[in-house]
Design a protein around this ligand. Structure first.
Ligand SMILES: N[C@@H](Cc1ccccc1)C(=O)O
Length: 414
């Protein structure tokens, strides 16, 4: 739907940053751990394929969303174009994924914060660190959108800057032979069988679809800019992931990864393993600061999404009290779960990958399918749209098979 007047719009670069900010979050920290079995070359290919399919579904969603008034998000689109049972499933999968990601962020960053606060000489335990961090993020979200978006922009800038500073340093320590020929024993020389199990994690790592509506609003419906922002955002995230994989797999031995996974696979364990390899203290410090910003950024983005979604569904008002109620519902269950089950970070990202298939892959394909019938009637469907819908649905189907296969131990685990 056309926007009435279009003053000068922000450059696509800013939109790309917003997308990259959500994409490259905690999921990224699971990648080297779950990809240790398939190792470097296969993992690089899998990342490219996943990035491509997730971008494709994002573009399908964008196309449909542009036909609606500005601000129309998942709920409006599914309400108009899909049967009510699908709308319900879609809504449930969105709240589940955002909730479990909140749990994952709290579980992953709690130990990192505890470590940093202890280093300052203040003694706190894991649960206290998690409570403190959650309270901090919850207060920002409670205060309102303006503050949050400023903080997200700030964290994102810090995250990108620190990332390139850090990896400029780390890349010098990469051992190329470790990347290409990791170990010697014949039994450990198998990589391909482990590839499928990485899929749900790749999918979660490239999730961003809740932000498309906001992006369309930001660019006032200018399709070209939104498209460029999505493409560049995903490309930038892919570059970051490839760098990250190179630096971690080029620094940590393949056989050391299962130990990290057994410790819950959280960021702290991974960073600890890297610390042991780093000769300079400054790089270690940079790594710590980077992980703080990386998680806080997605933590804010995802919890704002969950907060808005819950407020909308439950109809809580926008007063301070109403917002406090929604904030309690957004943050308390994941915090409690994280204190009771602190080791579930990897598992949670896997679940997020499974359930995100519904709203990040199937729903966009379904919407594109129905939108054509709804708006263009008898006109034949373009070949490109056909191809995109098939690729996206196939990718989603394989992801579900991969998740079930590893859950039922039918595909090997490293
Ligand atoms: N991509 C995000 C997770 C996410 C998944 C789905 C939607 C939004 C966010 C991360 O890696 O942390």
């Amino acid at each position: 739907m056309p926007f009435p007047n279009k003053p000068t719009l922000p450059s696509s670069i800013w939109g790309a940053m917003i997308i990259c900010g959500t994409v490259a979050g905690a999921g990224m920290f699971t990648l080297p751990i779950v990809m240790a079995g398939a190792w470097y070359r296969w993992s690089v290919m899998m990342l490219m394929l996943s990035g491509f399919c997730m971008l494709l579904s994002g573009l399908l969603f964008m196309k449909v969303s542009l036909r609606f008034p500005p601000g129309a998000g998942y709920d409006t689109l599914t309400q108009t174009l899909t049967p009510s049972w699908w709308r319900k499933i879609n809504g449930l999968s969105i709240s589940f994924v955002l909730g479990i990601l909140t749990y994952a962020y709290i579980s992953a960053s709690g130990p990192v914060y505890q470590h940093s606060i202890n280093a300052l000489g203040i003694n706190i335990n894991d649960a206290e660190a998690k409570g403190l961090l959650t309270l901090l993020v919850a207060s920002v979200v409670w205060l309102g959108t303006q503050g949050v978006s400023r903080l997200i922009t700030l964290c994102l800038a810090a995250k990108l800057l620190l990332f390139f500073l850090l990896f400029g340093g780390l890349i010098h320590h990469v051992d190329v032979s470790l990347l290409l020929r990791p170990n010697s024993t014949a039994a450990q020389n198998r990589y391909f069988p482990y590839l499928l199990a990485t899929l749900p994690f790749c999918l979660a790592s490239f999730g961003f679809h809740g932000n498309i509506t906001g992006l369309i609003h930001y660019y006032q419906g200018d399709e070209r800019r939104v498209r460029h922002a999505l493409v560049f955002g995903i490309l930038l995230a892919l570059v970051i992931y490839l760098f990250w994989l190179t630096c971690t797999m080029g620094n940590i031995q393949r056989q050391d990864f299962p130990t990290i996974a057994r410790q819950g696979g959280d960021i702290h364990a991974l960073i600890q393993a890297m610390h042991d390899r780093l000769p300079q203290q400054s790089l270690g410090l940079l790594l710590d600061i980077f992980s703080h910003f990386a998680v806080i950024c997605s933590f804010l983005g995802v919890t704002v999404g969950l907060f808005d979604f819950l407020a909308d569904k439950l109809g809580t008002d926008n007063s301070k009290r109403g917002r406090a109620k929604t904030a309690l519902l957004t943050f308390c269950p994941p915090l409690l779960a994280s204190i009771l089950f602190p080791q579930g970070f990897l598992l949670a990202i896997g679940y997020a990958g499974l359930f995100a298939t519904i709203w990040a892959l199937f729903t966009p394909a379904f919407l594109a399918w129905r939108a054509h019938q709804h708006f263009s009637g008898d006109l034949p469907r373009g070949k490109k749209q056909w191809a995109a819908i098939i690729v996206v649905v196939l990718f989603g189907g394989i992801n579900i098979i991969a998740w079930l296969g590893s859950q039922w131990h039918m595909i090997p685990e490293f």
